[in-house]
Design a protein around this ligand. Sequence first.
Ligand code: ADP
Ligand code: TYD
Length: 206
Amino acid sequence: MAKGLFITFEGTDGSGKTTQIERLESFIQGKGYDAILTREPGGTAISEKIRELVLDKNNMEMDYMTEALLYAAARAQHVAQVIRPALEAGRSVICDRFIDSSIVYQGYGRKLGDCVRIINEYAVNGCFPDITFLLKIDPEIGKCRIKADDQDRLELEELDYHRAVFQAYEKLEQRYPERIIGIDAARSIDEISKEIQEHIDRLLGS
Ligand code: ADP
Ligand code: TYD
């Protein structure tokens, strides 16, 4: 059986990932393919517990390395329990954030450096995305799109942190041009989804 397509979405908060992921799920399923939608940190009962811990507004004292290891731990469980079995069963997987989030937020944003990539290569154990859509928008505009009440611990970080993250995403886009597709996310929802669908059609050969 052919393996499913592993698709990830990346971008700063409020860049429109959730909106586009839901549309892509319907698009892929509409073509008769089996697809599951999942997210990080999360996607399994254990990983969702780690998500609560890491995003809790009361955990402001969390050490940066602790944070990086928790994201990687959540990811290891997610890959082992959900992503790899689905791909091997021929299902496509659409995931809201994956390894690139740790590289940019913890590696660059928290300045932990290359150890984050190394830790995460152990966590994913060879399971890398086939394609990654990087939704690119000025972090300030993204922040304005999210309602103030909805902001979690990381969204409350200073804008400088989010700008460092945005620049780091651009570096990754240059480093992995065959996998990471940069998308201008300041356009309308329809324009963005049309561009994403064209890339998926190309990969599915339809
Ligand atoms: P993310 O998952 O990246 O945080 P969301 O998809 O939740 O982003 O979008 C954040 C907010 O911005 C939502 O209120 C959503 O309706 C809105 N939004 C999403 N895409 C666009 C767009 N292209 N233009 C304007 N608003 C958008
Ligand atoms: P989430 O709320 O799902 O993203 P969004 O607000 O864009 O819909 O993600 C929670 C936060 O976790 C987000 O600010 C990015 C951060 N994050 C990391 O710092 N490292 C990681 O490895 C992952 C997966 C997320």
